[in-house]
Design a protein around this ligand. Sequence first.
Ligand SMILES: Cc1cc2nc3c(=O)[nH]c(=O)nc-3n(C[C@H](O)[C@H](O)[C@H](O)COP(=O)(O)OP(=O)(O)OC[C@H]3O[C@@H](n4cnc5c(N)ncnc54)[C@H](O)[C@@H]3O)c2cc1C
Length: 513
Amino acid sequence: MSETEEAVAAEKESVPAADAVTPKVRRPKHWPKSSYDPHYDPVVDKGPGHNRDYAPTYWIGTAGTPPADDGPVSEDFDTDVAIIGSGYTGLSCAIHLAQNHGIEAVVLEANTVAWGCSTRNGGQAQISSGRLKRSEWIARWGVDVARRMHDEVTEAFEVFRELIGRDEIDCEPQEGGHLYLAHKPGAMPRLEKECALLNETFGYGSRILSRGEVHEKYVRDQEACGAMWEPDGTCIHAAKLAFGYLRLARKLGAKVHTGSPVLGWERVNGIHHLITPGGVVRAKSVALATAGYTPPGLNHVTRHRLMPILSNSIVTRPLEDDEKEACGFGTLSPLTDTRVLRHYYRMLPDGCVQIGSRSAVTGDDAENPKHLALLRAGLARKFPALEGIDLDYSWWGWVDVSHDMMPRIFCPDPGQSVFYAMGYGGNGVMYSAQAGRRMAQLVAGEESAAFDLPIFTSPLPSHGILTPFRRLGQRAMYYWYAFNDEKLGQKGRVQDEVPATDGGAGPSGGAGQ
Ligand SMILES: Cc1cc2nc3c(=O)[nH]c(=O)nc-3n(C[C@H](O)[C@H](O)[C@H](O)COP(=O)(O)OP(=O)(O)OC[C@H]3O[C@@H](n4cnc5c(N)ncnc54)[C@H](O)[C@@H]3O)c2cc1C
């Protein structure tokens, strides 16, 4: 038996005995839904599962019933384009294929709609893609490419705003810009330098804020020594965004099949045969949108090209009035601190506080209480009034970090029929809308000068022979980052006054989760 046949047989065996007891009742292949697996680990597991339930997130808890989808694949069929993965990227690709190119694609999702990061994130839309700052773009590619990259993410924000303005997508957007908060005095000079660069080189109007101004107008974060404010920054409801994309994609003619993991992939006479438990989907082109949940064996073009990193997130119970007063949230828009192992946080419209940061290295260790304790300690350092507060939600998810910290929307196939868009490094809420649109353009064969950027012209880099040692390296880096974040740079000046760069330019780009 081949590996594919074994996987399909194992899936079929996992259909419960109830089917055998009542053989005449034809149940859908995904019956019943399997439970959420908190230990799932994309580096060691064969795949993300089959029709698993959602992670227990605030978003799923408050989004209401998900809109209808097209259920599992139940027979063999042909399609022009199959998209694997139904998160923001896959659904945006389906939307843009239908809307701009007249192609009604089929989306295949292993579990429930947007089961991966797209229903687990912090809901912060920032003007970046990948983890690098604008200064790092310049160091890597030079000023011209960096400027064009800036244009790309600026356009991406427009695409995102246009999408979330559609009637089908009610994701409760809260605009107000993004605050990048210095968590220690030594971080301020770096913020000031980046702010000046953004203003002078990119013409993007960001500002430096003093600690006093941050506390008075934005948030009484006790660590904050000052901040950089970027004009673009929107908080959204993560699951409502995904469900809105689903609604729009289906309205435009796409089919979204949940409970349909692609377990095997063969190419026969140039046609891709995607093997799911319910049938084989034969596609002329395949677009991969599986991000941090990409199974290592799915296709060699994405094998070990991403480093999945766990990020965890908590949501408190609604704050009491005195707690609200102590925390002083004057904004509902995105907040991030300057740690490398950064905290991303926000006040939710219902008065709860969400905060997230890095978590365990392996899926097996994800439930270890020490990771939750670390996050709680981070919350209490910023907001002492919230020390020990009851939590309503706690969850985690696998962020798709590429080895050079930038995403790729790329066609790795000489036959021009396999595409992927992934590697946002924790900055995918906003940019995935554009990445899906770009991937749709590539699939449709549209030519554009915009594609002359490294994120479109080169594949995701690989770690090569270092691949088996990546997690050892990750542990070592976590120790170093934690030491650097907490111990170094504590001396220096707290930004009490607004400096001369006020009124200047742009975004950090590096504030991924
Ligand atoms: C805790 C956390 C907080 C975050 N916070 C933010 C934030 O505040 N701002 C921000 O910009 N970004 C944030 N991110 C990152 C952001 O959520 C992602 O970049 C974005 O959701 C990626 O969307 P996607 O569609 O590319 O992938 P995903 O949403 O991960 O979707 C991939 C899908 O592929 C499916 N799949 C995988 N293999 C198969 C297969 N073989 N067959 C069928 N389906 C398959 C999976 O089931 C999954 O549903 C955060 C991520 C996490 C985990």
